[in-house]
Design a protein around this ligand. Structure first.
Ligand SMILES: N[C@@H](CCOP(=O)(O)O)C(=O)O
Length: 467
């Protein structure tokens, strides 16, 4: 399998090079040159397989030529054996034809673990084989950071620096990152927004001298390996509910568009999906896009669902690439326009085709709390604010008659205890392995929203003498 950049002007790479590269050298994102295909019979045959068995089937074509099936199997089995639910990603019924997919049974209790636990092991495997080291630089609005740190902490071949927006994550989210005191981990609290953090990470990758000196790698969903591992739960949940003989509608709360794009990949590979519903909070750039065909960046406002406090959804570029017929030049033009003006007008044909498959719905904080309260009262399901938005958007957009709804629950309610208590009157306790989180010492450095300050910090950290 080979991978190409969405801007069409970077080297074509194999899986292990894409894993280490993160962002393509032309500023684009890597996507597979062609989509592996599963026939209906092959999808049907996945029914009854375990999560890890489905993971191997789904991911094997993407790593072909880089990992043997035995190597992939070993990594996958080791990854998901550590998840706390025997089903790994269990489904819970909400109503007729409506289900919640719980994606918070990994170590940091958010969906990011499903990919990052594997990505950490993939990095280790490839770097050891090559005898190389990397410096991972990542941006988080709350969940990616802790999942990446957990996956990479104490690994000999990796240093990791995570940028988060100062004061804009939940206390649990921040502590999950800042209480990891491993020598190879650093947290930077940036006096800005998540978009500022993500922008600076991309700028460091686009500075080729810097990138090469410190061997930068990425853990955000700009890294294809993240998206690849997330495709698995779309297949696993769909076949558990009768796919491919019943079409699915997926509802996904999303800010950076990586999660829902993984669902789109599953569809490209043959999984029958009727619709993707995107749930937004008040930072509703994606919902506005699907309503109008215009991507218009506004200021970010803090919400009860901080992981989605995002205006620039980096994976949207991968979708644009697909709908512009894999025309990297056209994608580059649109992205440059968006960067310069904060506005992107999708060509009508491409927008019309996107609208056949995607729609979006927005919920402000008040509406989110109301959904959490009603869901708890009517179904017994305790939802975190992000998952509540996904469920509400799904119920709004789903047609009972033609498909089964799977709404993705992306984080454990205990990650957002204040919001959950406000909505339901119940304060969800942290799981046992995190019970002492608020007693652990924290370490982080506050930096200005300034690229030079961040670059100097990364250089000093990555360049330090290793003990
Ligand atoms: N919502 C994310 C933001 C980063 O997204 P990613 O999928 O590109 O890592 C977070 O919680 O950090």
């Amino acid at each position: 399998m080979k991978y190409v950049s969405t801007r069409g002007n970077a080297p074509v790479l194999s899986f292990d090079d894409v894993l280490l590269a993160g962002l393509a050298r032309d500023g684009g994102l890597y996507v597979p040159q062609s989509w592996p295909q599963f026939s209906l019979a092959q999808i049907r045959a996945m029914r009854g397989l375990s999560y890890h068995e489905i993971a191997i089937e789904v991911m094997a074509p993407f790593v072909e030529g880089c990992l043997t099936r035995a190597e992939l199997t070993e990594l996958v089995v080791d990854t998901y054996a550590r998840f706390t639910h025997p089903a790994v990603a269990p489904l819970k019924q909400l109503g007729r034809n409506q289900w919640v997919l719980e994606l918070f049974h990994g170590p940091t209790i958010a969906f990011k673990d499903y990919a990052l636990q594997l990505v950490g092991r993939l990095f280790d495997h490839v770097l050891k084989k090559r005898g190389q080291r990397v410096t991972i630089v990542g941006a988080t609005s709350g969940d990616t950071g802790s999942a990446a740190i957990e996956a990479c902490r104490d690994r000999d071949s990796i240093d990791i620096v995570i940028l988060h927006p100062h004061g804009r994550t939940s206390d649990v989210q921040r502590r999950q990152m800042t209480s990891v005191l491993s020598d190879n981990v650093r947290n930077l609290a940036v006096q800005g927004t998540f978009d500022d953090c993500q922008d600076m990470v991309k700028a460091l990758f686009n500075d080729h001298g810097f990138r090469d000196t410190y061997n930068l790698s990425a853990v955000n969903s700009i890294n294809w390996a993240r998206v690849m591992a997330q495709i698995v739960y779309y297949f696993a949940s769909a076949v558990a509910l009768g796919a491919p003989d019943v079409p699915m509608t997926f509802s996904v709360p999303t800010g950076n568009f990586g999660n829902v794009f993984a669902g789109f990949c599953a569809r490209q590979m043959g999984l029958p999906v009727e619709k993707f519903i995107v749930g937004s909070n008040s930072n509703d750039i994606l919902t506005r896009f699907f309503e109008t065909g215009v991507m218009n960046a506004d200021g970010v406002v803090p919400t009860l669902s901080p992981s989605m406090d995002i205006q620039v959804s980096s994976n949207f570029e991968r979708l644009v690439f697909h709908y512009l017929g894999n025309d990297g030049k056209a994608v580059g033009k649109l992205m440059d326009e968006f960067r310069a003006t904060g506005r992107m007008d999708m060509p009508q044909g491409a927008y019309g085709a996107m609208r056949e498959l995607f729609e979006g719905h927005r919920y402000n904080d008040e509406e989110t709390l109301a959904v959490m309260k009603v869901m708890r009262a009517q179904t017994g399901e305790m939802l975190d604010p992000h998952s509540a938005i996904g469920v509400a958007a799904g119920i709004k957009g789903h047609s009972y008659k033609t498909s089964t709804l799977i709404a993705l629950a992306t984080a454990h309610p205990a990650k957002f205890p204040d919001a959950v208590e406000k909505a339901t009157g119940i304060r969800p306790p942290l799981p046992e392995h995190m019970a002492d989180l608020f007693d652990r010492p924290e370490r982080f450095d506050v930096v200005a929203n300034d690229l030079t300050a961040v670059r100097d910090y990364v250089a000093t950290f990555a360049g330090r003498a290793k003990s």
